[in-house]
Design a protein around this ligand. Structure first.
Ligand code: GL2
Length: 819
């Protein structure tokens, strides 16, 4: 079937027909957007058959299914990825070429569905790709935000947020399924009723409710005919309110329900690793969780009549604390709708839910005021109260008289609902996302829970999908790898190890560097078009792209650039190989320090890039609107990957892995998954600097860090910091960067992220990079070894570990004759 449609001739005919039926246009008059839509319809035709065949197979074979509950799925563009996984990319590219069209230009017509902030949301997307490719029944469950992650514009060096109206032209790959809608209730109060058998039940009264309408997105497995589903839920008012209701006296209610539905899924909160604690956010969480669980249970009941068997067929993986209200919602449905006893419901729940922790940052730990919770979700709150009551008894039995334990571990405490505690008490598995992170959880953050439930804890080091981040993003390198080791790496990344044989081979090194150069030319063109800056494609491309956050220390990077600039100015003959420092980062809209850092980077760029006296030795570029689609191009072009978070703060990182897979050499701290990358690639092929996680944690405990000492004792550091407030980079407003200066030296928690403590060690590592790059063969060898040792970081490996240790899913084979 695939052969047929992706036969070039058939495909071209189908695209032309779609243009005619959709727009009454031919190729000469259609816009690229219209051609994009027409191409998608042709592709969808193929997908639909396989999707149906997959769902029929699932219905017949009843494999255990993972429901991956996540507030965020940072999918990125679908078309190219789908074509790649259908192994039709080249055919379609050629077909389009015959029509005089460039596939890249057509792909560029697709908006980036940006239903996520950063690493956590992109991880969810990589996981779905791996689940489908490995042949598992999986259902991603999320929210169809009308506005995804904002688009970033840089105006006069400042970040401006522009709404991301990704649905403007209609999204071709989503399928609206109103027939599978569910009601989700908010507010009101709970009444106790006694039924005819004398059984007590709890009924929510006077609530407001909305319909949750699922939209299905296909998740195409790689060359295996299997298509899983991502459900994103939209909200609709239950009754379209009409003046009619006025007479019935429920006009007010109808208006409120209309408003509730309209606001509910309007926008993704643009905070990464930080909670704003807004009531609407809790509504969003409950909304998609309730709908997803209702759907899972209804499907289960179609083929099973004993709810106690649910754990054999269903697992809910909670992606961070955001969906952990799932614990109580599942209990509620089992108790109130299915009329099970508490112990039965608890038995099922505690064998169906598992929790992944993605951060130890205190400001990211979700706690909701009981007042909000009780008002919004009165019945769910009652259930949490009961779970807490029983858990506290357990703690008391285990640690008699130890009130401290209760204070630290209770789910309800100090007027708040601690979502992580709810997840840990109910979840049968708790995992961190890199070895170091899991150890920190066990020894520090979740120590009491680890002591009580040691068997629940496990590590699952993150991964990335090689199909998007090498196969699609770096086609030149993908082809080179295939020429060397065959194409098995698409589904088994460990075969990259075989590239080790080429690391010392001068011809292979030359080919590799030539590909890197071509990718740099491609990025330089993008930078010229978007920033108007000319960059030297022979310079070292030194890249830091990720969300802007103090702990990720973009500030350390730019302070070092300021320092280098001083060095060059003072000593124009200094040995510095030309370097382009490339940044890309969005800051949460309300995060002032992060936004100031963006402004600083842009102002430094302005000064340095326009100083002809340094002969273009260093340049600084801030790429606007960093997102999945330009990320693919950036990774491919990078020589140096900056992974410089304060040790212990970055739970894992996944950008680090994407750079590695594309042959960039990491300059980083021993934090998150960098530790495991170091283990894989070896000390000679990575630049490590800075304090260890243990050292950082020690200083934090002892409160003995004083950044002023570094300022006073190191004249070059002093000079750089003074330049923040002497107008060097803000001639018209010397006070502009005062807050950054104070944050480093004078605020209460001055230099919270140990920038000055790590500065010298970082500068030294940078100096090593500078020297090493000039030894072309050694550099090429290390770069190739990075690719060769990236195999561990495939999300296929991660997913297989989740399956083996947590989910226990069945592998499914889809008959390729289709439906
Ligand atoms: C994060 C972590 O910060 C990041 O280190 C990790 O790689 C990802 C995925 O596990 O999760 N946690 C978090 O809240 N966000 C992340 O990116 N937003």
């Amino acid at each position: 079937m695939r052969d047929n449609v992706f036969n070039k001739k058939v495909f071209i005919k189908s695209v032309k027909e779609n243009l005619m039926t959709q727009y009454r246009k031919d190729l000469s008059t259609a816009s690229n957007q219209e051609i994009f839509q027409a191409v998608c319809i042709s592709v969808k035709d193929v997908i639909m058959d396989e999707w149906l065949a997959t769902q029929q197979t699932f219905a017949r074979e009843q494999p255990k299914t993972v429901y991956y509950l996540s507030m965020e799925f940072l999918m990125g563009r679908a078309l190219g990825n789908i074509l790649l996984n259908l192994s039709a990319y080249d055919e379609v590219a050629e077909a389009l070429q015959e029509l005089g069209l460039d596939i890249n230009a057509i792909e560029d017509e697709e908006p980036d569905p940006a239903l996520g902030n950063g690493g956590l949301g992109r991880l969810a997307a990589c996981f779905l790709d791996s689940l489908a490719t490995l042949g598992y029944a999986a259902c991603g469950c999320g929210i169809r935000y009308r506005y995804g992650m904002f688009k970033q514009q840089i105006i006069d060096g400042f970040q401006i947020e522009v709404p991301d109206n990704w649905l403007e032209h209609g999204y071709p790959f989503e399928l609206r399924r109103p027939e599978y809608r569910y009601e989700v209730k908010f507010g009101g109060h709970v009444e106790q009723e006694v039924d005819e058998n004398g059984k007590l039940s709890f009924v929510q009264k006077d609530y407001r409710s909305v319909w949750a309408i699922p939209h299905d997105m296909p998740i195409v497995g790689y060359k295996n005919n299997l298509i899983d589903t991502l459900i994103i839920w939209d909200a609709e008012a239950k009754e379209v309110f009409s003046l009619d209701s006025f007479d019935k006296g429920d006009y007010q209610k109808a208006v409120e329900e209309e408003m509730l539905a309209r606001n509910l899924v309007d926008v993704l909160y643009p905070n990464d690793n930080h909670v704003a604690g807004k009531e609407l956010r809790l509504k969003q969480q409950y909304f998609f969780v309730s709908a997803s669980i209702q759907r899972a249970i209804e499907r289960f009941k179609q083929k099973n009549d004993n709810l106690m068997d649910m754990p054999k067929k269903i697992v809910f993986q909670m992606n961070d604390t955001h969906p952990t209200v799932a614990v109580a919602e599942l209990m509620r449905i089992l108790l109130d709708d299915e009329h099970l006893e508490w112990d039965e419901a608890w038995e099922i729940t505690t064998h169906c839910v598992a929790y992944t922790n993605h951060t130890i940052m205190a400001e990211a730990l979700e706690k909701w005021p009981i007042e909000i919770f009780e008002r919004l979700l009165p019945r769910v709150y009652q259930i949490i109260d009961e779970i807490n009551r029983r858990f506290v008894l357990e703690v008391q039995a285990r640690y008699p008289g130890n009130d401290e334990k209760i204070r630290k571990m209770a789910i309800l405490y100090d007027g708040q609902v601690r979502m992580a505690h709810l997840a840990i008490v109910a979840g049968y598995s708790i995992n961190g996302v890199a070895k170091l992170h899991t150890e920190i959880l066990k020894k520090q953050e979740l120590r009491d829970f680890y002591e009580m439930f040691p068997d629940k804890f496990n590590n699952k080091t993150n991964g990335i999908t090689q199909r998007r981040f090498l196969g699609h993003g770096n086609r030149l390198l993908a082809k080179w790898v295939t020429d060397k080791v065959g194409d098995k790496w698409y589904t088994d990344l460990s075969v990259l190890k075989e590239l080790t044989d080429y690391a010392d081979n001068p011809k292979a090194q030359e080919e590799f560097m030539e590909i890197k150069h071509k990718n740099k030319v491609r990025l330089a063109k993008y930078i010229k078009e978007h920033n108007g800056i000319d960059v030297d494609t022979n310079s070292i491309f030194d890249v830091q792209v990720k969300r802007l956050h103090e702990y990720k220390r973009q500030l350390l990077n730019i302070l070092h650039v300021m320092y280098l600039y001083n060095v060059i100015k003072e000593n124009p003959d200094v040995d510095i190989y030309p370097r382009t420092f490339i940044f890309g980062a969005k800051a949460a809209a309300g995060y002032e320090t992060a936004k100031k850092t963006i402004k600083l980077i842009n102002n430094v760029a302005e000064v340095i890039n326009n100083d002809s006296s340094i002969n273009g030795k260093i340049k600084v570029v801030f790429i606007e609107d960093y997102k999945v689609s330009n990320a693919e191009m950036i990774f491919a072009a990078a020589d140096v990957s900056e992974q410089i978070s304060t040790a212990s703060k970055e739970a894992s990182g996944t950008g680090n892995m994407k750079f590695m897979l594309n042959g960039a050499i990491t300059l980083g701290t021993l934090d998150g998954a960098n530790v495991e990358m170091y283990d894989e690639v070896g000390a000679d092929n990575i630049f490590i600097f800075g304090m260890s996680a243990d050292e950082v944690i020690e200083h934090e405990k002892r409160h003995d860090y004083n950044p002023i000492d570094y300022y006073n004792n190191d004249p070059q550091i002093k000079k750089v910091l003074n330049q923040l407030i002497d107008g060097t980079y803000s001639a018209n407003d010397r006070e502009l960067f005062r807050t950054l200066y104070n944050a480093l030296l004078h605020d209460k928690e001055a230099d919270k992220y140990f920038i000055l403590a790590d500065f010298r060690s970082y500068a030294k590592a940078q100096q090593k990079v500078n020297r090493y790059y000039q030894d072309k063969n050694s550099w090429a060898k290390s770069a190739i070894l990075n690719v060769a040792n990236a195999g561990k970081f495939s999300s296929d490996r991660t997913i297989q570990e989740y399956v083996d240790d947590i989910w226990h899913l069945d592998k499914v084979k889809i008959d390729n004759t289709g439906a």
